[in-house]
Ligand binder design. Structure first.
Ligand code: FES
Length: 223
């Protein structure tokens, strides 16, 4: 591993080759918000909250810091006006799904609660932490994604669940702890988030191997 010198927010930072910008920034005590990143799992790049600007002048571009690796001489800005605007938009969109986003995050980027979406909360922000935990750490693949865009959802494969979840339960079922909103816990155990609020949807959706693709999409669309 060789040492890399880069600049983050005007400060000189040293990192090791192969590190992501996010890891280098955190090692240097520089804050970058994340929702889908976890140090025990591969980076996934779904929430885009960790975006930063790299380069300078006309050649600036926006990248996900949890995926982009450091390079010698790289110039990074983590809180430019453009980046704050991106994060505000992302948080505004996420509030359609989860109304318990930490208040300090909303305040920091000026995101505003939008009351009209309150009835449509799914409490799943599609961060994929539960799916990736089950796949990468447990090798079980009980959970997965289905669909794209607005119908994208986390699903449970009951045949896999019957095979693997009993071995994980009850002490080791960390997929529940990985869920930032608590919705997966609610689905499995009927548990409630710490504030006692009832979650409106049973989620993720169960599908099984006997269903054809049309049945699966009908199931997903009917949630
Ligand atoms: Fe990088 Fe979610 S933390 S995309």
């Amino acid at each position: 591993m060789s040492q890399i010198n880069l600049t983050i927010n005007g400060e000189s930072v040293q990192a090791e080759s192969g590190m992501t910008i996010l890891a280098a920034a955190r090692a240097a005590g520089i804050y970058i918000p994340t929702l889908c990143h976890h140090t025990e799992l591969d980076s996934y790049g779904s929430c885009r909250l960790c975006v930063v600007e790299i380069g300078s002048g006309e050649r600036k571009k926006v990248v996900a810091s949890c995926l982009y690796q450091v390079a010698e001489g790289l110039v990074v800005e983590t809180e430019s006006e453009k980046i704050k605007g991106f994060r505000r938009t992302i948080l505004n969109l996420l509030m359609h799904r989860w109304d318990k986003i930490p208040a300090e995050l909303l305040e920091r980027y000026g995101a505003k609660s939008q009351e009209r979406f309150v009835d449509n909360m799914t409490y799943c922000i599609l961060c994929g932490l539960c799916v990736r935990y089950c796949h990468e750490i447990k090798g079980a693949n009980v959970l997965g994604f289905i669909g794209r865009g607005t119908i994208r959802q986390v699903v449970i494969f009951p045949n896999q669940s019957a095979k693997y979840c009993a071995d994980c339960c009850p002490d080791d079922m960390e997929c529940l702890d990985f869920c930032p909103t608590g919705v997966i816990n609610s689905h499995y155990y009927g548990a409630r988030p710490a504030d006692g609020q009832k979650l409106p949807h049973a989620h993720p959706v169960c599908i099984n191997e006997d269903m054809n693709i049309l049945e699966i999409f009908e199931r997903v669309g009917n949630v």
